[in-house]
Write a protein that binds this ligand. Structure first.
Ligand code: 13P
Length: 263
């Protein structure tokens, strides 16, 4: 795990920049985040997942500091004639430790199946990196009472491909699709209920898997982060829009530190 702390149970906050950034603004943001996290002097783990062309820049600015970094997707193949693809092993060469897999935007816009997400998770683990596996239901699925079934199917397609040892190395992010980029976060009760359910699915895979970090993502902001992170099965957050503003992202990291380790 990427860590600034020896405490494996400290909360984890990861920024997902999505397709945002340019060299000059990245530099300002990365420097502000690294400095701010350093000054927090608190027990919280922080990472940023940047567009792959910026991994070298990110490495040069974050190396040796308290913030981990990574990519937002990788190929299902380790190398070969796959034009446009980026292999997990390439991401690893830039000092990255994290890769988001199965984000709902990739499932929706790139037709990524649950099975493909499982294969990508394997590639990430083979490269020695930590996959952040995203699961989440659409509004229609929630309203039809299908939330648990949808997230269980998404998670199970990944777990079935992994040994217990490898499954214990993943991070899972619950991101309800209807809460992403909408400004309408799940309530802490709604999020906690799904997290508790996911925790039980993980535990069914093996005792060591029950304690993998479970992040919540979807309109996490400075004003709702502490309430969300206070829930017993929420081990941190995957942050979209608010990760692009150093002040907001740092406020969320501070909320994670304030809520301490997961119960
Ligand atoms: P927002 O925080 O912008 O809602 O995005 C969440 C997300 O998709 C993180 O991966």
């Amino acid at each position: 795990m990427p860590t600034q702390s020896a405490n494996a149970r400290a909360k984890l906050v990861v920024g997902n920049w999505k397709m945002h950034g340019r060299l000059a603004e990245n530099a300002a943001l990365l420097q502000a985040v690294a400095q701010g996290v350093g000054e927090l002097n608190a027990d919280v783990r922080v990472g940023v997942c940047v567009p792959s062309p910026y991994l070298a820049q990110t490495q040069s600015l974050l190396e040796g500091g308290p913030v981990a970094w990574g990519a937002q997707d990788v190929s299902a193949f380790s190398h070969g004639a796959y034009t446009g693809e980026v292999a997990a092993g390439m991401v690893a060469e830039f000092g990255a430790t994290l890769v988001i897999v199965g984000h709902s935007e990739r499932r929706a816009y790139h037709r990524e199946s649950a099975e493909l997400v499982g294969i990508k998770t394997q590639r990430v683990l083979e490269a020695g990196l930590t996959p952040i596996v995203c699961v989440g239901e659409t509004l229609e699925e929630r309203e039809a009472g299908l939330t648990e079934q949808v997230v269980a199917d998404q998670l199970d397609e990944v777990l079935v491909k992994l040994s217990v040892e490898d499954a214990a190395r993943i991070v899972v992010a619950y991101e309800p699709v209807w809460a992403i980029g909408t400004g309408k976060s799940a309530s802490s009760d709604q999020a906690q209920a799904v997290h508790a359910f996911l925790r039980s699915r993980l535990a069914a895979k093996g005792a060591a898997v029950a304690s993998v970090p479970l992040l919540y993502g979807g309109s996490v902001k400075p004003d709702n982060a502490e309430e969300l992170f206070s829930q017993s099965d929420i081990d941190g957050g995957l942050i979209g829009g608010a990760s692009l503003k150093a002040q907001d992202f740092l406020a969320i990291c501070k909320a994670a530190a304030a809520t301490g380790v997961a119960g």
